[in-house]
Ligand binder design. Structure first.
Ligand code: UDP
Ligand code: MG
Length: 327
């Protein structure tokens, strides 16, 4: 039996979107797993605007269970928002996330906690034997994970696996929005977290269907640019801006020079040389788009951090004090 130290309360956070057929089995599984670890735990289901009656079923199933907390959103705000609400309303010192679709195995939680107790701040689950579609999930995800590993230098293999354990103090330092939950370990590393991973079980989805397809991989790679920019350049954007400026200057110089050389050696008409126009056009477009993209990411971040936007709206809660509502 894995012991939590006496001061350590565990919060298990589970985002739920249209998972009705999975919930009954899930509740039994998580309760069994957590009862083996500690008696100081809470399980928070965040219903992310389900339309299949998941929340109603959760209320029925969790009646009279004081360690279960339920939050329901007014509409579907996304998995990141659901995880974020879970963090806000949880009270544990250790936070574990898990999917509601029975693909993760809560029996892995003790091992995650033991590893955390070895002195880590984040322990990431690694679905070594992943039970998803090879072509549409496993291969694109392996490629994305490889690229992210190389670029972020955070050496874990399975960012997409929800089953991960975090120390609360690390999550308190982090603000996630958009679809950034997959980058939590990368962002945690930036905060200074000590991170490791352990293999975890994975089961095929029996009921309901996956919310994410192949296009997710491309979005993840786009998010990587933002995350990486924030990591490397947020305090020194001039390195990046200056880098682009130098490259464009160099390209402009080379193209300009070649137009002149073509004129001298071959007598090519300078203004009539399409290379002149093309080079100027491409350089302008690249530089402007890249810089605008980055600037808007910076602006979005400031916007979010000032707390002007709500990521989600809560409709109903169960076992969460209403005056606690901090959305
Ligand atoms: N989920 C959510 N809101 C969404 C999409 C997904 O709360 O908008 C939940 C979903 O119910 C599940 C978890 O996030 O518990 C992961 O989703 P899914 O299993 O579909 O992702 P996959 O495992 O296929 O990547
Ligand atoms: Mg799943």
């Amino acid at each position: 039996m894995t012991q939590l130290s006496s001061s350590n309360k565990l919060s298990l956070i589970i985002p739920v979107h249209n998972e009705r057929d999975n919930l009954k089995e899930l509740l039994v599984e998580v309760e069994n797993a957590l009862n083996n670890i500690s008696n100081d735990f809470e399980i928070i289901f965040v219903d992310d605007g389900s339309t299949d009656g998941s929340f109603q079923l959760l209320i029925d199933l969790c009646k009279d269970k004081s360690s279960f907390k339920l939050i329901s959103f007014r509409r579907n705000f996304g998995q990141t928002a659901a995880m974020s609400a879970g963090i806000t309303y949880s009270t544990g010192d250790i936070i574990v996330f898990m999917d509601a679709d029975l693909q993760n195995d809560p029996a892995d939680i003790p091992a995650l906690i033991s590893k955390l107790n070895e002195g880590y701040d984040v322990v990431s689950g690694w679905r070594k034997n992943r039970k998803d579609k090879l072509l549409f999930k496993k291969i694109p995800s392996a490629i994305a994970n490889f690229i992210i590993r190389k670029i972020s230098k955070v050496n874990i293999h399975d960012l997409g696996c929800s089953l991960k354990a975090y120390r609360r103090e690390i999550l308190n330092e982090i603000y996630i929005y958009g679809e950034m939950h997959r980058f939590l370990p990368v962002i945690a590393a930036r905060v200074g977290a000590k991170i490791t991973e352990i293999p975890v079980n994975h089961k095929p989805r029996k009921y309901g269907k996956s919310h994410y397809g192949l296009n997710r991989t491309f979005k993840v790679l786009l998010d990587l640019i933002t995350v990486q920019f924030m990591r490397s350049f947020s305090t020194k954007p001039i390195y990046l801006y200056g880098g682009f400026a130098l490259i464009s200057l160099l390209l402009g110089f080379i193209s300009g020079l070649s137009v002149i050389l073509m004129k001298i050696f071959w007598g090519t008409d300078m203004t009539g040389n399409p290379m002149l126009l093309l080079t100027v056009l491409f350089i302008l477009i690249t530089v402007i788009l890249a810089l605008m993209g980055i600037q808007s990411e910076v602006l979005i971040r400031i916007y979010h951090q000032q707390g002007r936007t709500k990521q989600y709206y809560i409709k109903e809660v169960y076992n969460v004090e209403i005056e606690d509502i901090k959305d």
